[in-house]
Design a protein around this ligand. Structure first.
Ligand SMILES: Nc1ncnc2c1ncn2[C@@H]1O[C@H](COP(=O)(O)OP(=O)(O)OP(=O)(O)O)[C@@H](O)[C@H]1O
Ligand SMILES: [Mg+2]
Length: 602
């Protein structure tokens, strides 16, 4: 069997292909709102460069004019001019830096907001496949790479190319043959750039993927800290982490070596050219075909090329990293959200809903898995009825529930609410109508109040109080800041049963038309369970409800029970009926009243 790679093969990884910079170009839409600022900063930068370029030309006039003619007044005039040019350059640089950082930070924020909004739209199936660290690294480090490119790389690329062309034109005008010599140095520079860019792209893609791997591991460790510690798995994890961190480090060092090699070459070429022009220029001065002032201007101008060429390595590296970041960000942005509103979707409102939920020949297969989890499910929950779903562990009960709020879409058949196919109901309306509590009662790092009103932001104090009373979650008032207490990340500062009761209160808040509860009482002690049950019974009276139930005691809440077995509903009926007539049902519920035969005999 082939070894499994880290991460899912569905997530694109470093493949060594060179990006045609297409994805970087596609980000230009984010540049649009800042176009004016960008033009301003480009103009400021160009003007600053122009002011800088003028200085050597002034120097040429100084050497060939006032100095040669011993003219102090002229010297003062030209010196003043040089000083003025320097001042103008400084002001322009200030303008550039200021508009540069404000626009690039703004762009980064917009892209990040879009990415986050898109992640919200993507279905549960997408998040099943993607490691959270890969998403995290895209939202954080890839975006900051892009910001650096937008604020520095791109600008200096334009600026340096313009400077290079302008200087070469000036050099050609100063002295044709010497200028041509400098212009010819662009050929080796181009060849080095191309080769370097190709290698660097592969390395930076690998590095950014590995950053995602490291982030995933850190996140998993933080989340599963208790389990890891309890199993004494610290050292093994540290090993695994060290391996991944090592891989990241090695890629980083490799990248550094590539950049170092390229930078050395980018340094060598202009210096070699400078040496050649110095020798050539001196010969020409000796022959009298070039003045000393012209040679000074020529060399000073040429010196201005050294930095743009030297920085080429850094700019290309930055550009390639940005291209990689753009690729990785588009891998998320280009994934179409598969669960969206149909164009003619209706917005069902609470008062208009009676609450008849039907599964009509529903089949479901998880994306990427061969076997369907649910096959040809036929099931009706009448308005106001409570149906309990019972079945062996792993048979697909939670999966069935997750189809109701459309976390996944059915792959066959349909689910209807009062005759409306769920896919024809607006998602926001559907999710308002359905109250859900999952097996894992997830709480977010916000206040208890905010956690409770997640699906119902305009709930009143009375409604919240009623929901808390129903879920026997009055303990929330005794928290240090009452309902304003922030519960920790994932609500870890609360006990399992407390979290479950808050999640239940959240589900029943706002009296949803449909209640979907996945084993809502599993973490409660017998007494609390009885209290919650009694209260829940009152809510369930006028709500259609689908509950997953593992314990016989909770089954009592339901009007009818459906047995899920092998992905199919194999029996539906009253608890007592099924208990009497369906052996499989008895087996699953490990029916309380009849003790195991072995025990009776002994
Ligand atoms: N996100 C997923 N992607 C792929 N397969 C999944 C996914 N979630 C669950 N499965 C598979 O679907 C099957 C049904 O899982 P499900 O969680 O619905 O079972 P369950 O009946 O709720 O079990 P339990 O009683 O233990 O909660 C299992 O075989 C499981 O491996
Ligand atoms: Mg389950």
């Amino acid at each position: 069997m082939p070894a499994q790679r880290d991460g899912d093969p569905a997530i694109p990884r470093a493949d060594g292909r060179v990006s045609p910079l297409r994805n970087l170009w596609r980000l230009r839409r984010y540049l649009r709102p800042y176009a004016a600022a960008y033009v301003l900063l480009l103009l400021a930068a160009l003007a600053a460069t122009g002011a800088g370029l003028a200085v050597p030309l002034v120097a040429q006039r100084v050497v060939d004019g006032p100095i040669a003619r011993h003219d102090p007044a002229g010297l003062l005039r030209l010196g003043g001019l040089a000083l003025l040019l320097g001042l103008v350059e400084a002001v322009l640089i200030f303008i550039r830096r200021w508009s540069q950082s404000s626009s690039s930070v703004g762009m980064e924020a917009t892209i990040r907001a879009d990415l986050y909004a898109h992640l919200q739209r993507l279905p549960a199936g997408f998040h099943d496949r993607w490691q959270s660290g890969q998403l995290l690294s895209r939202a954080i480090s890839d975006l900051s790479v892009l910001r650096r490119f937008l604020s520095f790389g791109l600008l200096f690329l334009v600026l340096n190319v313009v400077t290079y062309v302008a200087v070469v034109v000036l050099l050609l005008r100063l002295h044709g043959p010497l200028g041509l010599l400098v212009a010819a140095s662009a050929v080796p520079l181009f060849l080095i750039s191309r080769r370097f860019g190709r290698h660097y792209h592969t390395a930076s893609r690998r590095m950014q993927d590995q950053q995602g791997d490291v982030a995933t591991l850190v996140e998993e460790t933080a989340q599963g800290l208790r389990t890891m510690k309890a199993y004494g798995r610290g050292p093994e994890l540290a090993d695994r982490f060290a391996r991944r961190a090592r891989a990241l480090h090695d890629t980083g060092v490799g990248k550094g070596a590539l950049l170092a090699r390229a930078s050395a070459l980018f340094d060598l070429v202009p210096n070699l050219t400078l040496g050649a022009t110095l020798v050539g220029g001196a010969t020409l001065v000796a022959r009298g075909t070039l003045t000393i002032g012209e040679l000074v201007a020529f060399v000073s101008l040429q010196l201005m090329l050294i930095w743009p060429v030297q920085s080429l390595g850094w700019i290309i590296a930055n550009g390639q990293e940005a291209a990689t970041a753009a690729d990785r960000i588009h891998e998320v942005l280009d994934t179409p959200p598969s669960i969206v509103d149909a164009p003619d979707a209706v917005a069902l409102t609470r008062p208009a809903v009676r609450g008849r939920l039907r599964f009509e020949g529903v089949s479901f297969r998880y994306p990427g898995s061969a076997e369907p989890v649910l096959r040809e499910i036929e099931l009706t929950v009448e308005p106001g009825e409570t149906l309990a779903l019972v079945g062996a562990t792993g048979c697909g009960k939670s999966t069935l529930l997750s189809l109701v709020p459309r976390l996944y879409d059915v792959t066959g058949g349909r689910i209807t609410l009062d005759g409306h196919d769920l896919r024809g109901v607006r998602l926001d309306a559907l999710r308002r109508l359905v109250g859900v509590a999952f097996e894992e009662p997830t709480l977010f790092s916000m206040s208890v109040w905010e956690n409770l009103t997640l699906g119902c932001p305009d709930a009143t104090g009375d409604e919240v109080r009623a929901a808390l009373a129903l879920a026997q979650a009055d303990f929330a008032y005794d928290l240090p800041w009452g309902l304003a207490t922030r519960v920790g990340e994932q609500g870890l500062s609360l006990s399992g049963g407390q979290r479950q009761r808050l999640a239940l209160a959240r589900a029943v808040l706002g009296r949803p038309a449909l209640l979907v509860l996945d084993d809502p009482l599993s973490a409660l002690d017998v007494q609390t369970e009885a209290l919650v049950e009694a209260a829940l019974r009152r809510v369930l009276r006028d709500t259609t409800a689908l509950l997953v139930v593992h314990r016989p005691s909770t089954v009592a809440l339901a009007d009818r029970v459906a047995l899920l077995d092998g992905g199919r509903i194999t029996a539906v009926g009253r608890h007592s009926e099924l208990l009497a007539t369906v052996p499989a049902y008895r087996a699953v519920l490990a029916a309380e009243p009849s003790p195991a035969p072995g025990l009776v005999r002994s």
